[in-house]
Design a protein around this ligand. Structure first.
Ligand SMILES: Nc1nc2c(ncn2[C@@H]2O[C@H](COP(=O)(O)OP(=O)(O)OP(=O)(O)O)[C@@H](O)[C@H]2O)c(=O)[nH]1
Ligand SMILES: [Mg+2]
Length: 581
């Protein structure tokens, strides 16, 4: 039965060489010893002849699964080259590498080679040169993964090849694992405690960021990125940061930092790297090659969230359009990683088959989607026409500010009813409109022309630094909001970054050409110091203070809304007198 396969630099092998290597793949190794000595001596002979390092991958039963010819650095993910059963057996893989000569034995793997080795998650790695030294001693090293340390591999034993071959793998100490990291080897056994990270069924993510600048701003950006990863259904496991300055344009991060990130990802069991910087298609490709892991940037992450969250047909259309527009320039040469990635975190969006189609097909799809989106826009416009005559307001604001909670509070929706409001970035994606009865006092009703009912639309939240395809996706989602009579701009006053968030919302609204009266509503005052309200009142005169969930200041807000905006109000911020709720 043929067991192992030849891989690596097989081009140019003569048939006799190929036959001899094949024979090496057929030899079985004892299950209770590190390796069969004779096979290793033959492996060394072949390595000498070919002047190439050779690596055998042997499974727990002693069967050879792969013979890699050449440097492991160039092998990519070796695991993907193993046949299904070998991969599933997983546990107990042994790596046997013959590299270097007696003078320069390569007993320790190089950095990149070490990462390839870690990916296989083997029990041990035996390394030896292709010939014995002068005194006949054949110096070899037995290594085990030590991902917790700087060096990915630690030497457990060093000595004569013959002695090391005879060691019983079962007698070796369990490989060192860092706290919290999951060891993904073999089927989970019931006596193993569940690994805390990544959480069950969630994809683990390593954040790769560039730091520098204001530490407070930096912290907030990172917290936001973590929030985005969680919203996408993944788990941020760790962070590798590089201070601004270093790093080549081709990769943005320095070589040493990337090596550290590659190791850290393996140490933590992360299967995806997310960067805080926008990546050009070339940078993304380079990073994926160097880290040997799929890489997403912040925009791709936001698109992933949109794709998961879009519930209506219109929302899904717009998201698919934005995803395709974003990914089209990134397709070339990245097919492998995109298919590996399945289009992002989890299963969503256009999916891998769509992405693997050629650019032309995708361009055609974009055209069709554009037509559909236009048709939908017209349909919406007709619906809006039907609603003319009623006052309409839209809730806008930074994501997670409490827009949906406010809509629920205004409609008096009981917990569990109403629209979805949760502590998650981009909880809302599709707009929802509800009729709100302002229930104002008789006196106010008399002056404002009756208890004027209001249509209030809840919309998608905003976020800073949106790339153009995403602004487009926002524009279409926000169309309905922008067609309102006025905007209720919700800010979360308990977030220290609220002034910057408010600015970015104003900026984005300006960018979208929203020349509508804007009323700033300071939410979550139940979680604020009194000093913060004073500061807010001074910074934004006319801000209305409320708490949507603690139901503070709502009566006052309703009274205000019954007479705001005044019929002759123009497109500027409406000067509403500042007053407490
Ligand atoms: N303590 C407190 N929490 C609030 C208040 N308003 C909203 N929240 C919480 O803040 C979180 C976000 O609220 P949402 O209403 O979903 O926020 P959103 O602006 O609709 O967010 P997106 O739809 O993600 O853009 C939820 O966990 C709410 O329970 C408030 O006044 N006080
Ligand atoms: Mg919401």
């Amino acid at each position: 039965m043929k067991q192992g396969v030849l891989a690596g630099r097989t081009d140019g092998l003569r048939s006799a060489e190929r036959r001899r290597l094949d024979q090496l793949c057929h030899r079985r190794h004892p299950a209770d010893a590190v390796a069969d000595r004779l096979t290793l001596q033959r492996l060394a002979e072949e390595a000498r002849r070919l002047e190439q390092p050779l690596t055998l991958v042997v499974d727990g039963r002693g069967l050879c699964r792969l013979l890699w010819i050449g440097d492991l650095e160039t092998s990519g993910r070796l695991l993907e080259r193993l046949s299904g059963p070998a991969r599933r057996q997983g546990s107990g893989l042994r790596l046997l590498t013959c590299a270097g000569n007696a003078r320069q034995p390569q007993l320790r793997p190089g950095p990149q080679e070490g990462i390839v080795g870690l990916d296989l998650d083997p029990l041990l790695w035996l390394r030896f040169p292709c010939q014995p030294g002068a005194g006949g001693q054949w110096n070899a090293a037995l290594l085990q993964p030590t991902p917790a340390s700087e060096q990915a591999w630690g030497v457990q034993h060093q000595g004569d090849l013959v002695d090391l071959c005879a060691l019983d793998p079962a007698g070796l100490p369990a490989p060192e694992m860092p706290e919290g990291a999951s060891r993904r080897r073999g089927p989970p056994s019931s006596d193993q405690p569940p690994s805390p990270a990544p959480a069950r069924g969630r994809e683990g993510v390593l954040l790769l960021v560039r730091s520098g600048g204001d530490p407070g701003v930096e912290r907030r950006r990172i917290a936001e990125l973590e929030g985005l990863v969680r919203s996408a259904g993944a788990e941020p496991l760790g962070l590798v940061a590089q201070r601004s300055g270093g790093g080549a344009a081709a990769t943005l991060w320095g070589e040493g930092k990337l090596r550290e990130a590659a190791l850290e990802a393996r140490r933590l069991g992360a299967s995806l790297v997310v960067t805080d910087r926008e990546l050009t298609p070339v940078q993304a490709r380079n990073l994926e090659r160097l880290l040997d892991l799929p890489v997403s940037d912040r925009s791709e992450l936001i698109l992933d969230i949109f794709a998961q969250r879009a519930a209506s047909a219109a929302g899904r259309l717009q998201v698919e359009l934005a995803q395709l527009r974003y990914r089209l320039p990134r397709l070339s040469g990245r097919g492998l990683s995109l298919s590996r990635q399945g289009g992002g975190i989890g299963t969503r969006g256009p999916g891998e088959t769509q992405l693997e189609k050629d650019r032309r097909a995708i361009a055609r799809r974009i055209e069709r989607l554009q037509r559909d989106v236009r048709a939908l826009g017209e349909h919406r416009a007709r619906l809006r026409q039907g609603r003319r005559g009623e006052r309409r307001m839209a809730l806008v604001g930074y994501t997670n500010a409490g827009k949906s909670s406010l809509l629920n509070a205004l409609t008096g929706a009981a917990a569990g009813e109403g629209v979805l409001a949760e502590n998650r970035l981009f909880a809302t994606l599709d707009p929802t409109t509800r009729r709100v009865s302002l229930g104002v006092s008789a006196a106010t009703a008399a002056t404002s022309g009756g208890d004027r009912a209001l249509l209030v639309t809840d919309t998608v939240g905003f976020i800073e630094d949106l790339p153009p395809p995403l602004v487009e996706a926002f524009r279409s989602t926000l169309e309905e909001a922008l067609d309102a009579d006025a905007l209720l701009l919700v800010v979360d006053l308990s977030d220290p970054a609220w002034p910057e968030q408010l600015q970015s919302v104003h900026r984005l609204l300006d960018q979208l050409g929203a020349a509508l009266p804007r009323l700033v509503i300071g939410n979550q005052i139940d979680r604020c110091h009194a000093g913060e309200l004073e500061r807010a009142g001074a910074l934004v005169p006319g801000m209305v203070f409320i708490s949507a969930t603690a139901r503070l200041g709502l009566r006052h807000l309703c009274e205000l809304l019954s007479r705001w905006p005044a019929p002759d109000a123009g497109g500027e911020d409406s000067p509403v007198p500042a007053s407490e709720g």
